[in-house]
Design a protein around this ligand. Structure first.
Ligand code: URA
Length: 240
């Protein structure tokens, strides 16, 4: 996901459809403010949420959105899809078209996985949550077709080699909850990762539900398909 930053002169040039020479003049005339502060530096870096005003005209004003969704099985984690309902479709009624169009998904779930999905228009935030360096944990409840054994715990902790990607999975925590149920904590998100890891034991996953991402747990008051905005502390604390 690209981080939406730009040089101030470039942004004004694009928004006002004027050349950079004119932009320099306008800046020198102290007619531009960025987040309430007079801007004079053409090199100033602004982002998608910087409020940019020329004279009394607002040139850019975008609000960040952070949304938690309880994804049902059968809904696809995509912004558009010809066959299935998408997570964006589920936001209709609660969020307007412009907001829905601005959103991207922070770490997808498979079609037949349920649970916590985050959506945002803030690419810095999503980048931090998904980048390997930050190792933000994701916790899943898994239901298996065959009984679990303690062997699984070591295998998940050691990591498994995936020849197709030529990578070894990062150490994962597996806790046996009952004969057919486990809790798995990953700090990465490889394609079908949990299903493929249990596949090594020829043990099909028959239920997969994401319960939390970092410090953020799926709000139990949200029914399947429902969503809500995150509050400020949830946005800040999630990756800590
Ligand atoms: N692992 C999977 O196999 N599927 C998911 O949706 C998430 C993790």
């Amino acid at each position: 996901m690209a981080i939406n930053t730009s040089r101030l002169d470039r942004l004004i040039s694009e928004l006002c459809q004027i050349n950079k020479k004119k932009v320099r003049l306008i800046l020198a005339q102290r007619r531009i403010t960025v987040d309430g502060v007079i801007a004079v530096d053409i090199d100033q870096i602004v982002d998608q949420f910087s409020r940019v005003v020329m004279d009394d005209e607002v040139l850019q004003e975008n609000q960040p959105h952070y949304i938690m969704l309880n994804k049902p099985i059968g809904v696809v984690c995509a912004t558009k899809d010809d066959k299935h309902k998408t997570v964006i479709d589920l936001l209709t009624g609660q969020f307007d078209q412009e907001t829905r169009d601005s959103l991207h998904i922070v770490g997808r779930l498979d079609l037949n996985t349920s649970g916590l999905v985050l959506l945002t228009n803030d690419s810095r935030w999503s980048e931090r949550l998904t980048s390997p360096e930050h190792k933000v944990s994701k916790c899943y409840q898994v239901t298996l077709e065959n009984p679990l054994t303690t062997e699984y715990i070591d295998a998940f902790a050691q990591g498994m080699y995936f020849p197709y990607e030529k990578i070894t999975t990062k150490p994962a925590i597996l806790r046996i909850v009952s004969t057919f149920e486990a809790q798995v904590i990953l700090t990465e998100g490889r394609y079908h990762q949990i299903k493929r890891m249990f596949g090594r034991f020829r043990n099909p996953v028959i239920g997969l539900h994401r319960h939390s991402i970092g410090q953020l747990t799926l709000d139990e008051t949200l029914k399947c398909g429902e969503s809500r905005l995150l509050n400020v502390s949830e946005v800040i604390d999630i990756g800590n």
